[in-house]
Design a protein around this ligand. Structure first.
Ligand SMILES: [Zn+2]
Length: 349
């Protein structure tokens, strides 16, 4: 499967690689930040094909059909070397010597053997690269500084923040996150605009109240949407039942109402999840982690406006948010819980 097949879901990742290939500006090492392990494995394979294929298309993609492409797909390309965590601790160790299989030293040594494939390209893939020990990462850094000829490396990880900054800065970053799509519900923008206000509204009751009514209005909006969506599906069934005894219609109406509630609760998860994600990321940023290294940078747009680099305050807010997430799991009075949460951010004892 060539890069173009990724274009619909991850347009910028796919286009940037194809442009680099067309302009002959590909990197020696790529760091693929991906939150889905199957997707990470298949994207790394596609990236390897695009870099190694000798019959590239005119838009910078792999042909998907030549010997190299097929061997890479089948993981039978003789100079495709894959390193991944195998030990019980799921760590990638540096290894005693070049002969310790599945160790970093073993992996590196493979790139200095004479090339046996006619394409002459060597490909190294490190899966779950954040599982490299610090020792292994430091050793790999030397390879990144002086890469062996005709070789390229693809590292993938769901947690780039757990890797040495020196490694990250020497790799070209490609971000493909499934999760970043999940906060697309109606009202997400309204919600995001009010979160910086309560964070900043320390001891300001008005901003707490305003945030509470905003969050509740977003919940009302998603409830209305859940009703609309579910009712459409049930309308036909209920209208057909009008020809039958009245209790059938009544039962269907009850089931419809249960379905609406289920749809609403699942949509509400996204709302609560967004609030939690925002505060969790704010805390990460306050610790000096960069926007590049958090899973959902797209929701932190207004962060520069509020950012006070205050880990203590951010941590306090995160704890209050965790309480809120827990509370909402119980069958509680929703508006009371939301109000209490907003006031707890504004007035943390
Ligand atoms: Zn090909």
């Amino acid at each position: 499967m060539p890069l173009k097949d990724f274009e619909k879901n991850f347009p910028s990742a796919s286009k940037s690689v194809r442009n680099a290939i067309l302009n002959k500006k590909t990197a020696h090492a790529y760091l693929v930040h991906c939150d889905d392990s199957d997707l990470a494995v298949s994207f790394s394979q596609i990236l390897a094909q695009a870099l190694a294929c000798q019959y590239k298309t005119k838009d910078g993609d792999s042909c998907g059909k030549c010997k190299v492409c097929i061997q890479i797909y089948d993981e039978k390309y003789p100079e495709l070397f894959i390193l991944y965590p195998t030990s019980k601790s799921r760590k990638i160790q540096i290894g005693k010597d070049d002969f310790t299989e599945d160790s970093l030293r073993w992996f590196q040594s493979l790139f200095y053997l004479t090339s046996i494939h006619e394409s002459g390209k060597k490909i190294g893939i490190i899966r779950d690269a954040d599982r490299m020990t610090t020792e292994a990462q430091n050793a790999f850094l030397k390879t990144l500084e002086e890469p062996p000829p005709d070789s390229f490396f693809i590292l993938h990880t769901a947690h780039p923040e757990d890797m040495l900054p020196t490694i990250r800065s020497r790799c070209q970053r490609i971000t493909i996150l499934r999760n970043s799509q999940k906060y697309n519900f109606d009202g997400a923008d309204i919600l995001l605009s009010v979160l910086p206000d309560i964070y900043n509204g320390y001891e300001d009751i008005a901003s707490g109240e305003k945030a509470a009514s905003t969050i509740l209005s977003v919940l009302t909006l998603i409830k209305t949407n859940a009703e609309k969506k579910t009712t459409q599906n049930w309308e036909k069934l209920i209208s057909q039942s009008e020809n039958y005894e009245s209790n059938i219609g009544k039962k269907l109406e009850e089931r419809r109402d249960t379905a609406i509630q289920a749809e609403y609760l699942s949509a509400r998860e996204s709302v609560i999840g967004l609030i939690y994600c925002w505060f969790a990321q704010l805390y990460q940023l306050s610790l000096g982690i960069t926007l590049d290294d958090i899973p959902n940078p797209e929701i932190m747009n207004d962060v520069n406006k509020i950012f006070q680099n205050n880990p203590e305050r951010s941590f306090e807010c995160l704890k209050k948010t965790e309480n809120f997430v827990q509370t909402m799991k119980w069958n509680v009075d929703e508006s009371l819980a939301v109000r209490e949460f907003c006031l707890s951010i504004v007035f943390p004892e």
